[in-house]
Design a protein around this ligand. Structure first.
Ligand code: GTP
Ligand code: CA
Ligand code: MG
Length: 709
C-alpha cells in the first residue's frame, strides 16, 4: 500500500491549505463561509490524524466511532465518499474537498438544526428571529475575526444575544469591546505563534546543537578509538619488535650452533680419518703380529726340537750316570761287604784267639790258688776292653777316621741310634759282665751317616758260639743298638770258611731270599719319605727281612737296601732308600730326590699331622724332580685301627687328587706291604717299557759279584 506524500499538505499552512488564503480574495462572505468550512475540515482532519501522519487511513476514521454518534458503517461510507481516488488514504485536499461538498449540500439542513438547537431553550416563535440573529452574530464574529481567536463562541453569543435583546444601546460598545479584545487576542495569538515559531527554531537549533554534539562525540569516540587502536598497534609493534629481536637472537644462536656443528663435523671427519689410519696401522700391526706369531711358533718348534734333543741327551746322560752309579754302588757295596766280612772275620779270630788264650790260661793256672784265679779274670776283662779299642786302633785306622768324619757331620747325639755303616759293633760288651760306668762313654760316639741296620749274620751265629754271644736276648726285643754289636761278634769260625766276607751285609741276606738265581734286568731307585716315626724303617725291615721290631730308633741320615722282586716274570732290583723323617735331616733327604725313579710317602694313620705333612712332602719332591716321578702313598699302622685318626677316604682322595698309588698297610702285621711295593715296581717297569728306553742292563753286578767272589 503506497503511502501518500506528506509534502502534499501534511501541515496547516502547507500548499494543501493555501485554499484558505486564495479564498481570502473572494467576496467577504463567501470567503468567510468557506474559511469556516475549511477550518472545520482542518480541525476534523487533525482530530482524525492523531499521530500527524499527514493522511488518514480507514482505521483512523473508524477510531472516531467512539467519539461521534455514527456507526462503523457510516464512517466507512464517509471514508469511501471522501477517498476520491480510492487508494485507501485520505489526503488533506481530498478531505477538504469532500468536506466542502458535504457542507454545501447539507448547509440548509444544518442551519435548521442550529436553529432548532437555539430555540430548544427559548421561545418557539422566535425561531426565525434567532436564525437572523445567529447569522448577524456570525457575520460579526467573522468581521471581528473571532474564529481565529475563540474556540467556544457560545458564551459570547449568549451575551451578545442578551445585550441585543435587553440593552441594544450597549451592543455597539460591546462590539467595540469585542473588537478590541479580539484584536488583542489576535495579537496575542500571533505573538504566541511567533513564540511557537521561535521555540520551534530554538528546538531546531537545539536539535542541531545536539546533532553537532553528537557528531562531535562520535568524532571524539572515533578519535579515541583510533588512539586506542594506535596504542594497541604501538604495543603490538613493540611486542613484535621484541619478538623480532628474540628471533634475531635465536637466529644468531642457530648460526652459532650451525658453526659449532660444522666444527664438530670437521673434527668428526678428522677422527674418522684418524680411525681409518689407525685401522690401517692396526691391520699392519696385526699382520706383523701374525708374522711374529708364526716366527714364534717356528722358534718354539725349534726350541721344542732342541728340548727334545736335549732331553734325549739328558736321558742318555742319565742312563750313563745310572750305569755308572750302579757300577759305583756295586763296587762300593762289594768292597764294604768284603771289608765288613774281613773285619768280622778278624774280630772272630781275635775272639777265638782270646778264648784260646783264656782257655790256655785257665788250663795253665788250673792248679793255682783262688787268688790267682781272680787275677786272671780281671786281666780277661781288661783285655776285652782293650780289644775293643784295639780293634779300632789296630785294624780300623781308616775306619776310625771315617767314623770321626761322620761324627763331624752329624754331631747330634742320639739316644737310640742304629749302628754305623759298615762298622762292626763299636761297643763290645758281654751282657753279663757289662759295667754301667764303662758302657756310656763307649756308646756315645756311635753315630752314622748312612745307617745300615746291620743284619745279624745268622750263618755266623748259627754255629758253636756260646749262648751269650750267639743269641743276644735283646735281639728279639726292642733295642736295636745294643743288640747288633754283640750278635755280630759271635760267628763261629767253623762256619765262616764258606766265605763269610762274601756274605752280603744286612740287606742282601733277606733280599736274596726273594731274588731268583737269575740276575735282575733293571734297577729302580726308590726313596721312602714321611714324618718321623711313621714307620719307614719298620716298613723297610718288613720288606727286606719280613720282620718287625717295636721301638726301633729314629733313623739318622740315610740308609738303603736292595730288594729284588719278580714283576710279571722279570727280575727288578729295587734300591730302597730309607730317609730320616726328623726335621733336621730334611736337607739331606732333599738331596736324594734327584735321581729317584719312584717315591714312597708314608704317613701314620694314627697320627693326623703325619698325614697333613704329606702335601709338604709332595711339594718338596715336585720341587726337586717335577711331577714325573710315580708316587706311592702308604698309610701305615693299619693294625692299630683303634687309634686311627686319618680316615681311609681322606687318603684315597688325596692320592686321587695327586695321581698317586694308594695303600693302607702295616709294617707290624705285614699287611699290604709287599703288594704295594709290587704295584709300584710294576708301574715303574711298565712305564719304562712304554717309554721304550734302553733298559738298564744290570749285567755289571754279575761281573762284580764274580769279582768279589
Ligand atoms: N703298631 C705299629 N707300630 C709301628 C708300625 N710301624 C712302625 N711302628 C712303630 O713306630 C715307631 C717308629 O718306627 P720307625 O720305623 O722308626 O719310624 P721311621 O719312619 O723310620 O722314623 P724316622 O727314622 O725317625 O724317620 C716304632 O716304635 C715302631 O715300632 C706298624 O705298622 N704298626
Ligand atoms: Ca484518496
Ligand atoms: Mg727310620
Amino acid at each position: 500500500m503506497a503511502c501518500p506524500d506528506r509534502r502534499e499538505g501534511a501541515q496547516p499552512g502547507s500548499p494543501g491549505w493555501d485554499l484558505k488564503q486564495s479564498g481570502a480574495c473572494l467576496a467577504q462572505e463567501q470567503v468567510a463561509g468557506q474559511l469556516a468550512v475549511l477550518k472545520k475540515a482542518q480541525e476534523f482532519f487533525q482530530a482524525c490524524d492523531v499521530e500527524g501522519k499527514g493522511f488518514i487511513a480507514r482505521s483512523d476514521m473508524q477510531r472516531l466511532h467512539e467519539e461521534l454518534p455514527l456507526s462503523l458503517q457510516d464512517l466507512e461510507d464517509v471514508f469511501d465518499a471522501l477517498d476520491a481516488d480510492s487508494n485507501g488514504f485520505l489526503t488533506p485536499e481530498e478531505f477538504a474537498t469532500g468536506f466542502s461538498h458535504f457542507f454545501s449540500h447539507s448547509n440548509s439542513s444544518q442551519e435548521d438544526a442550529h436553529e432548532q438547537v437555539y430555540q430548544s431553550g427559548g421561545d418557539g416563535d422566535a425561531g426565525h428571529v434567532d436564525q437572523e440573529e445567529e447569522a448577524q452574530f456570525q457575520v460579526l464574529m467573522d468581521k471581528l475575526g473571532a474564529q481565529k481567536v475563540l474556540e467556544d463562541e457560545s458564551d459570547v453569543k449568549q451575551l451578545w444575544l442578551q445585550l441585543k435583546k435587553e440593552e441594544p444601546h450597549l451592543l455597539s460598545s460591546f462590539e467595540d469591546f469585542l473588537t478590541r479584545i479580539f484584536s488583542q487576542l489576535q495579537e496575542a495569538h500571533e505573538e504566541k505563534n511567533e513564540l511557537e515559531c521561535a521555540l520551534k527554531k530554538k528546538i531546531a537549533a537545539y536539535d542541531e546543537e545536539i546533532q553537532h554534539l553528537y557528531e562531535e562525540m562520535e568524532q571524539q569516540i572515533k578519535s579515541e578509538r583510533e588512539q586506542f587502536l594506535l596504542k594497541d598497534t604501538e604495543r603490538f609493534q613493540a611486542h613484535s619488535e621484541e619478538l623480532e629481536k628474540k628471533l634475531l637472537a635465536k637466529e644468531q644462536e642457530l648460526e652459532r650452533l650451525n658453526q659449532k656443528q660444522k666444527r664438530l663435523e670437521g673434527q668428526c671427519t678428522a677422527l674418522h680419518n684418524d680411525k681409518h689410519e689407525t685401522k690401517a696401522e692396526n691391520t699392519k700391526l696385526k699382520l706383523t703380529n701374525q708374522e711374529l706369531a708364526r716366527e714364534l711358533e717356528r722358534t718354539s718348534r725349534e726350541l721344542q726340537d732342541a728340548q727334545q734333543q736335549l732331553e734325549s741327551l739328558q736321558q742318555e746322560a742319565c742312563k750313563l750316570y745310572q750305569e755308572k752309579e750302579m757300577e759305583v754302588y756295586l763296587v762300593t757295596e762289594s768292597l764294604q761287604r768284603e771289608k765288613s766280612g774281613l773285619l768280622k772275620q778278624l774280630d772272630f779270630l781275635r775272639e777265638r784267639n782270646k778264648h784260646l788264650r783264656d782257655e790256655q790260661d785257665i788250663s795253665f793256672q788250673k792248679d793255682k790258688a783262688a787268688k790267682a784265679n781272680t787275677a786272671a779274670s780281671k786281666a780277661n776283662w781288661k783285655q776285652r776292653s782293650g780289644s775293643v779299642i784295639g780293634k779300632y786302633v789296630d785294624s780300623g785306622g781308616i775306619l776310625r777316621s771315617q767314623s770321626e768324619e761322620e761324627e763331624d757331620v752329624f754331631s747330634i747325639p742320639r739316644g737310640k741310634g742304629s749302628l754305623g755303616l759298615g762298622a762292626c759293633p763299636l761297643t763290645e760288651e758281654e751282657p753279663e759282665t757289662s759295667e754301667p760306668g764303662a758302657e756310656s762313654p763307649l756308646r756315645r760316639p756311635l753315630r752314622r751317616i748312612i745307617s745300615i741296620e746291620e743284619d745279624p749274620l745268622p750263618q755266623l751265629l748259627d754255629g758253636t758260639l756260646e749262648q751269650p754271644l750267639s743269641k743276644s736276648p735283646e735281639e728279639e726285643g726292642a733295642s736295636s743298638q745294643g743288640v747288633e754289636g754283640p750278635v755280630q761278634q759271635a760267628p763261629p769260625l767253623t762256619l765262616s770258611p764258606t766265605s763269610p766276607r762274601g756274605q752280603p751285609v744286612g740287606k742282601e741276606a733277606l733280599c736274596q731270599e726273594e731274588s731268583s738265581p737269575s740276575t735282575p734286568d733293571r734297577l729302580f731307585k726308590i726313596v721312602f719319605v714321611g714324618n718321623s716315626a711313621v714307620g719307614k724303617t719298620s716298613l723297610l725291615r718288613r720288606l727286606c727281612e719280613d720282620h718287625f721290631s717295636a721301638g726301633i730308633a729314629a733313623t739318622v741320615g740315610i740308609d738303603y737296601r736292595v730288594k729284588t722282586v719278580n714283576v710279571d716274570g722279570s727280575q727288578v732290583a729295587l734300591q730302597l732308600w730309607d730317609t730320616a723323617g726328623q726335621e733336621r735331616y730334611r736337607c739331606i733327604t732333599q738331596q736324594f730326590f734327584r735321581k729317584v725313579d719312584g717315591v714312597i710317602i708314608v704317613y701314620d694313620l694314627t697320627a693326623k699331622e703325619s698325614f697333613l705333612a704329606v702335601r709338604q712332602w709332595l711339594s718338596s719332591i715336585e720341587e726337586a724332580v717335577g711331577d714325573r716321578v710315580p708316587v706311592l702313598l702308604l698309610g701305615n699302622k693299619l693294625d692299630n685301627e683303634k687309634e686311627r685318626e686319618v680316615p681311609r677316604g681322606l687318603g684315597e682322595q688325596l692320592a686321587k687328587e695327586n695321581n698317586m698309588i694308594f695303600y693302607e698297610c702295616s709294617a707290624c702285621s705285614g699287611h699290604n706291604t709287599k703288594e704295594s711295593l709290587l704295584h709300584l715296581a710294576r708301574f715303574l717297569k711298565e712305564q719304562e717299557d712304554t717309554v721304550r728306553e734302553d733298559t738298564i742292563q744290570v749285567c755289571r753286578p754279575t761281573k762284580k759279584k764274580s769279582c768279589c767272589g
